[in-house]
Design a protein around this ligand. Structure first.
Ligand SMILES: [Zn+2]
Length: 432
């Protein structure tokens, strides 16, 4: 229940988990919801087809949010007498912020930054990315409105502004919400060590003095790791250093096979590697197809033996797999399989690609296969999230009246020297 003539904020999910924030802002007969992701809990062993609405609610993978989900999914009608104006927003395309977007009622507009809006349908082309929409084929992705950055979107008495931000998901954004008497800002996922700290600072300025500042806190989730990481960490400190290291490795190894892989949704890192590399960068056809579908960009590509062809890739850009396997100087290419065919003495750069890390049982055998083959395995990582110091800096730029840390295992580790802080429980309504 929400109060009329007051701004209320209800925290439905994603508070003490990494990901899955679902938060509603309401004022009179207007309300908005952000984000529409699913908490990632691989230990449950659920397959996409097991994830019906009851299961998602039972395991708290999504919030039990009234009056936003499709009636065909919940069996409950939306109260259109109570709510005259509704909209939803997703901050970026990571699954813990987007996977449940097809559950949103088709009559409610969903907004996102343009890159997020264009890439999600391409990522879900095979129906294996998002949860399915009721009454549609699993490859369907509901309409996502590509919002113009910073331009107010009116939802009855509430306005939303979508600002470009920085995270390891291409086109990540932050949100500023204004009701007739309050200003609320939501970071989505955020960092200051990516390619666009200037964009982040600009939106933090716009968020300055917010009545409520909802901030992610992934970077303070593992305080026990702080000590070891500061002592042992020698890798790149930011995205620019990471790209520079990949360039340096090519220059330092003029006669050596060099392959790499990155995460599909970290498009910007890949675009930088392509543009800055002295070698010609060749992508696996599936990745080239994703970039063609979502950005309409063409890059050199290859097929593994026997793979089906994509009809949107330009044949003149194809490089033969045999040429790549035999090459030791011309190409930097994306290796995704058949690692046993790579050259002994070569270098493979694993840059936040899958398997992502030690927590995945597939990681150790993946790494070991390179050593067995005499190939150097190099993990070059850069986090998508602000660390403790960056979170402090972000909070100091906004100086909020009320701070609400979410999306973290330890919300109590984020403090607000400029005002109050609350650590809401799931389902808690905060009246501003
Ligand atoms: Zn994210």
């Amino acid at each position: 229940m929400t109060l009329k003539d007051k701004t209320t904020v209800t925290f439905y999910n994603g508070l003490t988990t990494i990901g899955g924030p679902m938060i509603e802002v309401a004022y009179n007969d207007s309300h908005i919801l952000f984000d529409l992701g699913e908490v990632y809990r691989p230990e449950l062993g659920l397959k996409l087809e097991d994830e019906d609405f009851e299961t998602l609610i039972k395991y708290q993978l999504i919030g039990d949010v009234p009056d936003f989900y499709d009636e065909k999914v919940t069996g409950k009608k939306i109260d259109t007498d109570r709510w005259k104006h509704s909209a939803a927003y997703i901050s970026h395309l990571h699954l813990d912020h987007s996977k449940a977007l097809n559950l949103l009622d088709p009559s409610i507009p969903l907004y996102a930054g343009p890159n997020t809006a264009y890439m999600l349908p391409a990522l879900n082309e095979h129906g294996d990315f998002l949860l399915p929409a009721a009454g549609h084929d699993k490859t369907y992705t509901r309409d996502i409105i590509a919002a113009e950055y910073k331009k107010p979107i009116e939802v009855g008495e509430i306005t939303m502004e979508i600002w470009p931000s920085d995270h390891d998901a291409y086109g990540a954004t932050g949100l500023i919400v204004k009701t007739p008497d309050k200003k609320i800002a939501f970071t989505g996922d955020i960092r200051l060590h990516g390619y666009h700290p200037d964009w982040v600072h600009e939106w933090l300025q716009a968020a300055k003095g917010s009545d409520m500042f909802i901030i992610e806190g992934t970077g303070v989730s593992w305080p026990e790791r702080k000590q070891e990481s500061s002592e042992e960490f020698t890798g790149p400190k930011n995205e620019n250093e990471l790209t520079e290291e990949i360039i340096r490795l090519q220059n330092a190894n003029p006669k050596r096979q060099i392959t790499f892989n990155t995460y599909p949704t970290n498009v910007e890192r890949l675009l930088r590697i392509i543009s800055d590399s002295p070698r010609k960068v060749v992508l696996h056809a599936k990745r080239a197809h994703l970039l063609k579908q979502s950005l309409n960009k063409d890059f050199p590509f290859y097929y593994l033996p026997g793979e089906a062809k994509f009809d949107d890739l330009k044949p003149e850009l194809e490089v033969s797999y045999d040429d790549l396997i035999a090459d030791d100087h011309q190409y930097l290419w994306q290796a995704v399989a058949n690692y046993d065919q790579l050259q002994e003495g070569g270098l493979y750069i694993h840059s936040n690609a899958e398997p992502l890390g030690d927590f995945d049982p597939a990681y150790k055998p993946f790494v070991e296969q390179f050593a067995q083959r005499g190939i150097e395995y190099l993990a070059l990582r850069c986090s998508g999230h602000a660390d403790e110091a960056e979170l402090k800096e972000i909070i100091s730029e906004v100086q909020p009246k009320l701070l609400v840390p979410v999306h973290t295992l330890h919300p109590e580790l984020e403090e607000n020297p400029y005002g109050k802080r609350i650590l809401p429980e799931r389902g808690q309504i905060v009246t501003l």
